[in-house]
Design a protein around this ligand. Structure first.
Ligand code: S3P
Length: 452
């Protein structure tokens, strides 16, 4: 179990060769598509984090036999498109928005009722964005004022729609496409900006024809999925903490192996390079339909930039780490067009600004981003102190990395949710030279129980 706090001592360099855990988005989808396929799907590199395990448990509760995970290996005995069974209880998605939104799409066309619940954070996140298009397809979904729990009633039969996404969201796109597998005729989703396309790629790997034309993706109802083998790449969103760590700690030289570099996910590389980071993409190759590569990163002097709006959806999960990079850069960094950060596991604009300010950084939140005055001219970009992650895994890890450039020990409280996406974060960070320790709760902090 992850401790409540992380305590980091300044210093570096960050060096060595590591592989971070499997991609969270790909892990969710491997279970979902494996479950509704015909035959046995073998997965390797699966993320054994709480979020992906929530998805796995949901499918077990719907009668799917799943063996593992054991050292990243999972076997899913698919029950076919129509083989899921009504769950006896509500399906608990824990902290995971991807589990809830993608499941909503997949369950919208079933002949049974299911309820999806989540932890405190997930219970505050917007669900109308999936309920609206699914209802247009004929689904019946009840929310609590637009938030979880979601009650999905047996479907009288879905029909395909042509849907223009109002927000650039891969979860909403995927929910509509998964419902489209159960709908009569064609379902078409058009996105306002490119978002991660793992669902489209994996559907094709399972033998489902997927049409792509410009910003639109099309599936036709009734196509059957055929089991396949899935090699889950290391998660670039987890690698991002180490890309920033090695960039901001002078003298660092770090290799990250087998990282997913799907072009819909590599915004973090582009943003860091614009800031002057020294990152090489080596030996780019394909693994099960997904591009992967080894990343070589060395310490660099970063400079502040205006982050191009087009890169925002391609780096959406990496902003907590990028804000830390910006604080360590020379000059001002401005992020705009990132209002989606306000509805992630926490309000990542408010929570990051609060933490950075506590550490002495001039960080000004705006409705859709942040302006950060970098402190790259100083060895200690952050003062020593304590910040709170508000139960958000990526905030906790971002501030742990900031500790490398602090004037003294930096304590990150409420860090237990790191297990949602990155089990083993602290030992792996120590292995490359980051002096991070897991510590128990302080008096007054909530007890150290795992959520969801
Ligand atoms: C995800 C899509 C993104 C991302 C999330 C995972 C996915 O969310 O932030 O961590 O697996 O499809 P949105 O679709 O809300 O942008």
């Amino acid at each position: 179990m992850m401790s409540s706090s992380l305590v980091v001592a300044p210093g570096g360099p960050v060096s060595g060769r590591i592989r971070v855990p499997g991609d969270k988005s790909v892990s969710h989808r491997s279970i979902m598509l494996g479950a509704i396929a015909d035959g046995l799907t073998r997965i390797s590199g699966f993320l054994e984090g709480a979020d992906a395990l929530s998805t796995m448990n949901a499918f077990r509760a719907m009668g799917v036999r799943i063996d593992g995970p054991e050292q990243g290996r999972v076997e899913v005995r698919g029950v076919g498109l129509r083989g899921l069974r009504a769950p006896a209880e509500a399906l608990d998605c824990g902290n995971s928005g991807a589990s809830m939104r993608l499941l909503a799409g997949l369950l919208a066309g079933q002949g049974f009722e299911a309820t999806l619940i989540g932890d405190d954070s997930l219970s505050r996140r917007p669900m109308r964005r999936v309920a609206d298009p699914l209802e247009r397809m004929g689904a019946r979904i009840e929310t609590r004022d637009g938030c979880p729990p979601l009650r999905i009633l047996p479907s009288p039969g879905l029909v395909g729609i042509d849907y223009a996404l109002p927000v650039a969201s891969a979860q909403v796109k995927s929910a509509v496409l998964l419902a489209g597998l159960y709908a009569a005729g064609q379902t078409r989703v058009t996105e306002p900006a490119p978002t991660r396309d793992h669902t489209e790629r994996m559907l094709q790997a399972f033998g489902v024809p997927v049409g792509r034309e410009g910003a639109s993706v099309t599936v036709t109802g009734g196509a059957r999925l055929t089991a396949t083998a899935i090699d889950v790449p290391a998660d670039i969103s987890s690698a991002a903490f180490f890309l920033v760590a090695a960039s901001i700690a002078p003298g660092s030289d770090l290799w990250l192996e087998h990282v997913g570099v799907n072009p819909t996910r590599t915004g973090v590389l582009d943003v860091l390079r614009l800031m002057g980071a020294d990152i090489e993409v080596v030996d780019a190759r394909l693994a099960g339909g997904e591009p992967v590569a080894d990343l070589h990163v060395r310490g660099a002097e970063l400079r502040g930039i205006d982050v191009p709006a087009g890169l925002v959806p391609l780096a959406i999960d990496e902003f907590p780490a990028l804000f830390v990079a910006a604080a360590c850069a020379r000059g001002r960094t401005r992020v705009t067009g990132a209002e989606e950060l306000r509805v992630k596991e926490s309000d990542r604009i408010a929570v990051m600004a609060e933490g950075l300010q506590r550490l002495g950084v001039d960080a000004r939140p705006t409705p859709d981003g942040m302006v950060i005055e970098g402190r790259g001219d100083r060895a200690d970009a952050f003062s020593a102190g304590t910040v709170v992650s508000h139960g958000d895994h990526r905030i906790a890890m971002a501030f742990a990395i900031a500790g490398l450039r602090a004037a003294g020990p930096l304590r990150v409280e409420d860090a237990r949710n790191v297990v949602t996406s990155f089990p083993g974060f602290a030992p792996l960070a120590r292995a490359v030279g980051i002096a991070v320790e897991e510590a128990g709760p302080r008096p007054g902090e909530p007890a150290d129980v795992e959520r969801g």
